[in-house]
Design a protein around this ligand. Sequence first.
Ligand code: GTP
Ligand code: MG
Length: 356
Amino acid sequence: MQKLKLTEPIINKEIKEEVVVENESSEQETKELKKTKKETKMEKSKEMLVTDLPGVGAATAEKLATVGYNNLMSIAVATPGELIEATGASEASAKKMIIAARSNLDMGFESGADVLEKRNNITRISTGSNVFNTLMGGGFETGAITECFGEFGSGKTQIGHLLAVNCQKEDPSAVAVYIDTENTFRPERIIQLAKGAGLNPEQVLKNIKVARAYNSDHQMLLAEKVEDLIKKNGLNVKVVIIDSLIAHFRAEFIGRGTLSERQQKLNKHMHVLSKLAYMNNLCVYVTNQVMSKPDQFFGDPTAPIGGHIVAHASTFRIYLRKGKKGTRVAKLVDAPNLADGECNFAVEEQGLRDIE
Ligand code: GTP
Ligand code: MG
């Protein structure tokens, strides 16, 4: 990208700036100036509008915007299929839109320093337990997917409820989205945890948007709709909880013959979630079940469901299990920049309690 820029004359930049200023004045002028823009080899600019893409007129832009494609970045990272679905355009023109959007954005390499700067925007949502937060490098990261797997009653849903409450502690305007697939979301539990965190329970409940997913397609659709809550409704979504990520998929695709179809759908779902997390700097928390591995004689004979697709898409993986005297053990099994480790805590009415 840098090299491309160097080959362009510096004057182009000035032309572009004029274009942008005049863009606001009238539509006719915009059309004329578009040619100048093309001559300047469609210089990458953040100010370029969706309507400047090839084949995108006002009506198409409107269609795109209604489903959340209201900036170049969202189009640049879309698949042709998604744009065809949104606009009814042909595959060729959808591809053209994507290529044009990509060539106008800095989609290429960035320096390590830039990445570090981006990472400075990452916040961490507290679990309410010091030992658990320490294990997670300060809490559950935004911009990433964190997965918790473990047997029934290990505390996966409790952590989901805690995140929905605690994200509001730092930022009262923060909103949590709870996609509930097993009908285990309990407002009464939220009230207890909000009191425990010293927050106003009514306010906390208002800032949690709950949707019950009835099957895997519905679940996938709901995940896609979170973007609308952010873009259209202007909600400051900080955490998206999917509890459970896998239950519907597991129930609907039974038998070996259906496995590849299940994995394909799951892959698409995980892709939507990781894009959601990254583009909006929010925390995605998913829960996963375990299956027993009867052929394993040493160590823990349980493994998470979902195979390498879920494993790969999750940035952090936590294995939760029951410990002594009703306590819980969280083990960090996969994290890009943290050491693997374990911590102990107890689930109590007002939240988690550390056990040193
Ligand atoms: P599945 O969804 O069945 O796979 O389990 P899960 O991992 O989601 O378990 P969940 O988070 O629902 O944990 C339930 C457990 O949390 C209960 O068995 C209790 O031990 C504990 N728990 C839940 N609420 C309270 C509470 O108010 N007080 C106390 N002390 N413990 C609670
Ligand atoms: Mg649960």
